[in-house]
Write a protein that binds this ligand. Structure first.
Ligand code: SF4
Ligand code: SF4
Length: 369
């Protein structure tokens, strides 16, 4: 369990400073500041682990990484940069140097309101296209905060598609937050308690499988929960995986949707989980014509939203998103990540880029209607 400071130091010591990771890193690419590059972040982490004094800009460099993992795909020494950055955030929290004030606002919202987007808990289920179904199952569709409040289409279309495909599942009336932001901010003390409460709730309902439309929740349930609590009794799958399995038996039920789109590989689903061909196959079954962005699949650009950076460094997050959208050859983008969908649409609007980003299941639902 966990990744120790000693392991992090040993990994940092293998860095040859070859600079292979510099140009590929979105925060370095946008800012041109070497402090915000993977190589320099390792240097900062080493100083932090040695107990040296750390100034505000160095703290910023640890918190403004969206953990896109692009550096890890090119590093010849296979250095787990994002795990080292996470360990650094934990040490910052232990030394009372983090999380930052803006992080703290989100953390307070999670603890008080049970969601990471300052939503009113009474409106959490507004996305639901029908009366709350009083149905029990050992499979839970865990919608997540962002789909519930900010990308409601991703919530309602995931629900409707899974129903139409005949999956037996339940949803929770008091769903709450997965707690990923607590972990990402370095407050693993709070995250551990929060995760434990969720595990107990799932256990009480007899949940054996969790299906998620949100890639942050996916990573959280799949990796962060076991990291802090050990093995959990439930498995986790992304809605794309479930739809692929259900449709694979009978793809001809889909009507053709005449559209040309670009599929955007989110960091956590593509590079993180290797789920790159299934969504493309499903879109192909839907009759959609795919036009790829030059950097796709494991080389895909980052949307700039993840790792807790959007709430703190919004302009940087938006510039990374706009840079990614700049290379997209169509005006219609399909994403299987609600957070990417949200941030890319935000950047497109702010920058006047004329790109519309749609969540994956919205399109699948059109092919099922
Ligand atoms: S994870 Fe992404 S943003 Fe963070 S250091 Fe690596 S390439 Fe840069
Ligand atoms: S690519 Fe790897 S070894 Fe080279 S500078 Fe970056 S972190 Fe160090």
């Amino acid at each position: 369990m966990g990744f120790t400071t000693q392991e992090a130091i040993e990994a940092i010591n293998t860095c040859t400073q070859c600079q292979e990771c510099l140009d590929i890193c979105p925060t370095y690419k946008i800012t041109g500041d070497v402090l915000f590059s993977p190589m320099q972040r390792l240097n900062t982490a080493a100083r932090l682990f040695e107990g040296e004094a750390i100034d505000d800009r160095l703290i910023e460099s640890i918190y403004n990484c969206p953990k896109c993992m692009q550096c890890e795909t090119v590093c010849p020494m296979s250095i787990p940069v994002t795990r080292i950055i996470h360990r650094s955030r934990q040490v910052l929290a232990e030394r009372n140097l983090g999380p930052l004030e803006s992080h703290q606002k989100v953390i307070n919202g999670i603890l008080k309101k049970g969601n990471s987007v300052n939503g009113d808990p009474a409106t959490r289920l507004e996305w639901l296209p029908e009366e709350f179904p009083r149905h029990e199952s050992d499979t839970l569709l865990y919608v997540g905060c962002l789909p519930s409040y900010l990308v409601k289409d991703s919530a309602s279309s995931s629900y409707s598609v899974l129903k139409k495909l005949g999956l037996d599942f339940m949803i929770l009336e008091d769903e709450g937050c997965s707690g990923t932001y607590l972990y990402e901010s370095g407050r693993i003390d709070l995250a551990g308690e929060f995760f434990q409460k969720n595990v107990e709730r799932f256990r009480a309902r007899g949940i054996r499988e969790i299906v998620v439309p949100c890639n942050g929740c996916l990573k959280c349930f799949k990796y962060f929960y076991p990291d802090l609590l050990g093995k959990t009794e439930f498995s986790v799958r992304h809605v794309v995986e479930v739809i692929y399995d259900l449709l694979g038996q009978n793809p001809q039920i889909l009507k053709k949707v005449e559209k040309t789109v670009t599929y955007q590989d989110s960091c956590r689903l593509g590079r993180g989980e290797g789920i790159m061909e299934q969504p493309r196959q499903i879109l192909d079954w839907c009759g959609v014509v795919l036009k790829e962005v030059e950097d796709n699949r494991a080389n895909a650009g980052c949307c700039g939203a993840g790792g807790g950076i959007r709430s703190v460094y919004r302009d940087l997050s938006m510039e990374i998103a706009a840079d990614m959208l700049g290379g997209v050859p169509t005006d219609s983008v399909v994403s299987a990540c609600p957070f990417c969908t949200f941030n890319l649409n935000y950047a497109s609007k702010k920058k006047g880029l004329d790109k519309t980003v749609t969540y994956f299941t919205t399109l699948v639902l059109q092919a099922l209607e």
